[in-house]
Design a protein around this ligand. Structure first.
Ligand SMILES: O=C(O)CCC(=O)C(=O)O
Ligand SMILES: [Fe+2]
Length: 524
């Protein structure tokens, strides 16, 4: 189980932990009771025995006394054994499983997710280690052991800059109380290993390469401060320089630069034009005149619109509950869901799973591309709810939902994200045509990060509960894929991001081109 992949999973993990703690407490109680009982029984007997042992010889000579002794021994020893082997606590102990919930691998992926947040948002390790991002508190300070793990995993992933940055944090924290979890020798090794590829002036450090660093703290301190100086020269810690560029230089992933920049600033850089309008839209429907929807133009090419208050709190509550249901079921056998039995069946057939990323028609389960938990819902899992949503979608998009795919509900977790992609298929024609329109519902508020970013048009959408972003993936004259629709979900730093998406297909729509003729999909 990929525990950190969503908030629902993490919630489940915390519940597993609660259960194990409760077991440990129960065990302690039973054991204490048992020990006390044994003590109560044993102490007077032992006292008695010590007193009488001086007269053992006499006992043996007296036959009456011997019988007494034999009876006592027989009775007492069996009682002692009975108390000692009280099965109750043993039974509880058997249920306690330290590794039931979490594995080393889980932890490693979680640390990797943390490092991803650090890289995308360009958070210096010195800030992250105190739980800070810009002027925000994003968590509790990390201790030397935690920083050490960051360094260790960075080394294992050939993430050289991470290795050094976190080794320095580890060292600074280690100096205070020298916890055992830090092997200073290894730390030194991490740094040496990573030094050259980060552009360090290694010559300066070579004097230290043969140092007998065991027990010579002065030497190591000099070594570490040298590295720190090196980093300072590169303005890693200087407030005035933009650390983001340093990360960019190290990462050298220029194609991601704008994406990350938009994730960081959270600000759209698109110019407002005179066509940019917002309106109360009724589409001349008498129904919608009573409750017009709030439509905001975002972009003409590609066509992107934002709808406010388009999905309601009660609907959101129902959907997120339905998506979490099998997790709750796992946790608590006595869980009584409030849905109709038929709905449950459908909920269970479509299980919550790790969100996958499709590339060239192949499924890839790599955290670096996408991390979240996903559940598909077909209309039949709640005809009332999804029927209404379909109607609403048809009204705002003026496209049919008859040929559309189901609803995809996603919950993000620790560093949950979705790297840049197009929603349209690019690996060849599909029977229902391509994904023409995407509707992305935001079902929670994520106040300060986790945006949806369209890097090619410099647009950033914030995750606001009840709004929906609607865009056209294809050009309407020939069905080629509009590269302006490249988008991704920035890693979530803090908060619970729930979204739901639906794709509408070309099939069944009134289009000016014949999509069945499109044998090759081009991205323009
Ligand atoms: O999480 C987001 O903001 C984007 C999600 C997305 O692009 C998708 O599910 O296709
Ligand atoms: Fe997408």
């Amino acid at each position: 189980l990929n525990w950190h992949s969503s908030q629902i999973m993490l919630k489940y993990l915390y519940n597993v932990q609660d259960k194990q703690f409760a077991l440990a407490e129960e065990y302690l109680e039973l054991e204490t009771k048992r020990i006390h009982e044994l003590q109560r029984f044993l102490v007077p007997i032992v006292d008695w025995y010590i007193n009488y042992s001086f007269t053992k010889e006499k006992f043996i000579l007296s036959h009456i006394d011997s019988i007494k002794m034999m009876t006592w021994i027989h009775k007492d020893l069996s009682t002692i054994k009975k108390i000692m082997s009280n099965k109750q606590s043993v039974e509880v102990f058997k249920q306690f499983e330290e590794h039931k919930a979490i594995s080393e691998l889980n932890i490693q992926s979680a640390y990797r997710a943390l490092r991803r947040i650090q890289k995308v948002y360009a958070i210096p390790a010195s800030d992250m280690a105190v739980g800070k991002y810009k002027d925000r508190i994003i968590g509790d300070p990390m201790d030397a052991c935690e920083c050490n793990v960051m360094s260790k995993y960075s080394v294992e992933e050939y993430d050289t800059y991470g290795a050094i940055e976190w080794a320095l944090q580890t060292y600074n924290k280690w100096l205070m109380d020298r916890p055992k979890c830090v092997d200073i020798d290894k730390l030194y090794y991490y740094i040496r290993l990573a030094s050259m590829s980060t552009g360090f002036n290694f010559e300066n450090l070579s004097n230290f390469s043969n140092l007998n660093h065991f027990g010579n703290i002065d030497y190591i301190t000099r070594y570490f401060s040298l590295i720190e100086n090196e980093l300072n020269i590169r303005d890693i810690n200087a407030e005035s320089t933009d650390i983001y560029h340093i990360y960019d230089n190290f990462e050298q992933l220029s194609r991601n630069k704008n994406f990350r920049n938009l994730c960081r600033t959270g600000k759209s850089a698109r110019p407002l034009t005179c066509e940019s309008k917002c309106r109360y839209q009724t589409k001349n429907s008498p129904y919608w005149i009573l409750m017009p929807f709030k439509e905001e133009d975002i972009s003409i090419n590609p066509s992107i619109k934002l709808y406010h208050d388009i999905i309601y709190d009660e609907e959101i509550e129902l959907i997120t509950k339905m998506a979490s249901i099998d997790v709750s079921k796992l946790l608590d056998a006595h869980y009584v869901p409030r849905y109709h039995v038929d709905d449950i069946k459908i909920c269970f057939t479509l299980k919550l799973t790790d969100a996958a990323f499709y590339f060239n028609g192949k499924i890839s389960l790599v955290d670096e591309q996408r991390l979240g938990q996903l559940k598909w819902f077909s209309e039949s899992s709640d005809p009332m709810l999804f029927g209404k949503l379909n109607e609403r979608i048809e009204c705002i998009t003026e496209y049919s939902t008859k040929t559309a795919e189901g609803y995809q509900v996603v919950n993000y977790g620790l560093g949950g994200h979705f790297s840049e992609h197009v929603d349209a298929f690019t690996d060849g024609p599909k029977s229902n045509g391509n994904r023409l329109v995407t509707i992305l519902f935001y079902m929670t508020d994520v106040p300060e990060d986790g945006y949806t970013v369209f890097p090619n048009i410099n647009f950033v959408a914030h995750c606001r509960k009840g709004t929906a972003l609607v865009w056209q993936n294809l050009y309407l004259n020939n069905g080629s894929v509009n590269s302006g629709t490249i988008h991704g979900g920035c890693p979530v730093i803090k908060g619970n991001k729930w979204i739901m998406t639906k794709g509408l297909y070309e099939e069944g729509q009134h289009l000016t081109y014949n999509w069945r003729d499109n044998k090759i999909i081009t991205i323009v």
